[in-house]
Design a protein around this ligand. Structure first.
Ligand code: SF4
Length: 218
């Protein structure tokens, strides 16, 4: 959980209209089922922001990388879409969502009664107001140290043994309460036996599967 600093309730009321005018580059948004991690199986509205400076070679949303390709959408419109969908949770993902100051979007969503989750590599400064923070750290663009106290779920994509060491390096910086998950990279079947054996020997870790791909939902 991470909460942006809001001085008091009246600040929030005065500023709320201005927050609704803020725009974010949105690549896509859709109401679906969370397919990964601790909240797998829950209905959630995904908001995929444009822009990513991490650039994993195995990324399956490379279209998100160039922020200029994705038009700005006002917070007011995003909040309306989520509310109309009936989704109890909004998942902010990317791209790398922390390239943007997420305070306006997340505070507005929460004021509308919607829970806010983020999925991030943590490589840019933390902003926003979140009920659930999922850190998916990348070896070649490391997370900032400031994010670790707020990590509810550490989800490490595994391709090779090096990623297991990387997972432990990050887990050591997270609170004891953090849910620890290893996720096989979809197109690297060799990662599955590696993870299964590792979790059997290190049961503080669990496995996250991309169940939306099995279900064939976005
Ligand atoms: S951080 Fe996410 S969006 Fe960016 S390149 Fe890696 S997998 Fe793709």
């Amino acid at each position: 959980m991470f909460e942006a600093s809001v001085h008091n309730e009246s600040d929030l009321m005065i500023d709320s209209e201005a927050l609704l005018e803020v725009e974010y580059p949105v690549m896509e948004h859709f109401y679906t089922i969370q397919g990964e991690g601790a909240h797998t199986g829950k209905a959630a509205y995904f908001i995929r922001t444009g822009g990513c400076d991490v650039q994993c070679w195995w990324c399956d949303v490379k279209d998100s990388w160039d922020e200029s390709k994705h038009p700005g959408v006002k917070v007011s419109e995003i909040v309306s879409l989520v509310k109309e969908s009936g989704a109890p949770i909004a998942v902010i993902t990317g791209g790398e969502p922390l390239l943007h100051d997420l305070n306006a979007l997340t505070i507005s969503l929460k004021m509308a009664g919607i829970q806010t989750h983020i999925e991030t590599s943590g490589s840019s400064p933390l902003s926003g107001n979140f009920d659930w923070v999922t850190l998916s750290p990348k070896r070649f663009k490391k997370p900032t140290e400031e994010i670790f106290p707020y990590v509810d779920e550490l989800k490490v994509v595994v391709l090779t043994k090096k990623d297991l060491a990387w997972a432990e390096e990050n887990a050591a910086k997270c609170p004891d309460s953090t849910k620890l998950l290893l996720q096989p990279e979809w197109d690297t079947p060799g990662s599955i036996p590696l993870i299964v054996e590792y979790v059997k020997n290190n049961p503080q870790w669990g496995i996250s599967l991309q169940t939306h791909k099995f279900l064939n939902v976005p």
